[in-house]
Design a protein around this ligand. Structure first.
Ligand SMILES: Nc1ncnc2c1ncn2[C@@H]1O[C@H](COP(=O)(O)OP(=O)(O)O)[C@@H](O)[C@H]1O
Ligand SMILES: [Mg+2]
Length: 506
């Protein structure tokens, strides 16, 4: 049992199986603190939901006003010693015969209330000694060590406004995943890094060896590796006839080349095959199809021969593969690459050819948008597919977003753990509340007052919504691009040189 905090008193409708009041005799009691009570042969667990103070001397306005007119109440009476603090506790359950259950009877008035013991609290919240160390919980000496399996068995959403600490938290999670020893089970981690925020891992003394960065602008995919259905996904506005022509031409190339022994073919070959196709004689339609293909060609990642790099080779247990997309401007290209890679990853996972993995998608609302036009929904279907089917195969998603309202509800609803950091926008808050079970109005309210680096964990990974102060990261932080002040200095220096050049010339 932890330190004694007070004694249960009788309230109007308490103690009940939902709540009780206790009069505080220890000043360490804080709102949000977990407490335990031994009563009726079981151990009750709850948290302090509110603290109120009372003082008999100040109950009646007319007498307080009268006494104050002729001096001070506090001088005339021992009023200070009549101040009491009463804590309201919400019961979370009870511990009986080695298991946590709901409370079926209330604890008795007069029972002592104690600070929750760290060991019990750990078990109550569902932390594990070899779990991922995310940070500390409030008011107690308990580390938030979340079971990797419970967190990533299904999928995770990290939601918060911009600047609240999502990417920082993700870095902490990456460190924990990379630090895991083989015996405890290691997953492969792939990060779709939109802003080049994770590249520091490659340069870090501790994690660099296990990290590989792929520059998105250098990725090339041979046309022969691209299926007709992929091309159709990227060109959603094609007519049924155009689709048929396209897939016929592509399949024709594949078979023809295989027979002739030359396995390679280019976008130019495809355009020619379309031209020659007898599936339609509508020249206009063919031309429009070629133009559409031209827009894919312009993204400059389809080649005739080389696949560069062979990313799948870097999907290894305990390793981190960073797809640095900060070098790509075009959203469609990013979506196409995510779609291609995620499909391949999932397919190989189903065949057992790659290890169980966690695919982290930053700015997930851009890759699985709720109300996207077809041309902007390219990677949505694969993300939704993994969201729905991934858990059976150890294919886990970690979706990070500052615009949860725009994130596919199909994908979001499959995220069984939500980690929520600061959110102030009421629309986002409402959306988060609807999409995550277990967020009651108390928790929703506290989300708006979270500080940077403070999070609430809800769902599968914990037994009860838990406040966590995210720990400091161990890895080096390094970002693509220069900080603003360096850019400004560089600009002024270059201006100065120009001026000097002009002066010298004159
Ligand atoms: N747990 C934390 N501890 C210390 N600083 C943090 C923490 N979380 C975030 N920060 C600070 O806040 C800044 C913004 O965090 P970031 O993760 O980039 O936000 P987001 O990805 O949500 O936009 C970071 O540069 C970092 O300095
Ligand atoms: Mg971020």
């Amino acid at each position: 049992m932890g330190t004694k905090l007070g004694k249960i008193i009788t309230g109007e409708e308490s103690p009940s199986t939902a709540e009780f009041l206790f009069v505080i005799d220890n000043p360490i009691v804080k709102k949000g603190q977990y407490v335990e009570v031994n009563s009726s042969g079981q151990k009750f667990f709850g948290y302090v939901s509110e603290i109120t103070k009372s003082n008999r001397y100040f109950e009646r306005p007319e007498s307080v006003a009268e006494y104050e007119r002729n001096g001070s109440m506090n001088e005339k009476f021992p009023s200070d010693s009549w101040e009491y603090s009463v804590a309201a506790v919400k019961l979370l359950g009870s511990f009986k015969d080695g298991a946590f259950i709901r409370a079926f009877i209330p604890p008795s008035p007069g029972s002592d209330v104690h600070d929750a013991e760290p060991e019990m609290l750990k078990r109550f919240l569902g932390f594990e000694d070899d779990g991922l160390l995310l940070g500390d919980i409030e008011h107690h000496d308990v580390k938030a060590r979340v079971s990797m399996t419970r967190l990533f068995q299904k999928h995770v959403a990290i939601l918060a406004m911009s600047g609240a600490g999502k990417s920082y938290l993700m870095s902490v999670i990456l460190e924990e995943l990379l630090d895991r020893p083989k015996e405890k089970g290691r997953v492969a981690v792939i990060v779709v890094d939109i802003h080049g925020e994770y590249i520091g891992f490659r340069h870090d003394a501790r994690y660099g060896g296990a990290t590989k960065i792929v520059d998105g602008s250098e990725i090339t995919v041979p046309l022969k590796k691209i299926s007709p259905s992929s091309l159709q996904e990227w060109l959603p506005n094609l007519s049924p006839v155009q689709r048929e022509v396209l897939s016929d031409a592509l399949i024709g190339l594949r078979i023809g080349r295989r027979e002739s022994g030359d396995r390679y073919y280019s976008m130019k070959d495809l355009a020619e095959a379309i031209e020659a196709s007898d599936k339609t004689d509508d020249a206009k339609s063919k031309k429009a199809l070629k133009r559409a293909l031209g827009s894919i060609k312009a993204l400059k990642f389809i080649t005739a021969k080389e696949e560069n790099p062979k990313m799948i080779a870097d999907v290894k247990p305990g390793h981190l593969l960073i797809l640095d997309f900060s070098t790509i401007d075009d959203l469609r290209k990013k979506q196409i690459l995510v779609s291609l890679f995620a499909r391949k990853l999932f397919k190989l996972r189903k065949k057992g050819k790659v290890p169980p993995f966690v695919l982290v998608v930053e700015e997930a609302h851009n890759f699985a948008r709720e109300k996207a036009e077809a041309s902007e929904a390219i990677s949505k279907s694969v993300i939704e597919t993994i969201a729905r089917e991934g858990r059976k195969f150890g294919a886990s998603l970690c979706l990070i977003s500052q615009r949860p309202v725009n994130l596919s509800t199909t994908a979001l609803s499959q995220c069984n753990t939500h980690i929520i950091l600061r959110v102030t926008n009421p629309n986002d808050l409402e959306h988060i509340q609807m999409s995550a079970e277990g967020i009651d109005s108390r928790i929703a309210k506290s989300i708006t007052s979270l500080k940077v680096g403070e999070a609430i964990l809800v769902g599968e990974a914990v037994n009860y919504p838990t406040f966590v102060k995210i720990r400091k990261r161990k890895s080096e932080k390094r970002e693509r691009g220069k900080p603003l002040h360096e850019q400004a200095i560089e600009f002024e220096n270059s201006q100065k040189k120009k001026d000097e050049g002009v002066e010298a010339f004159l």
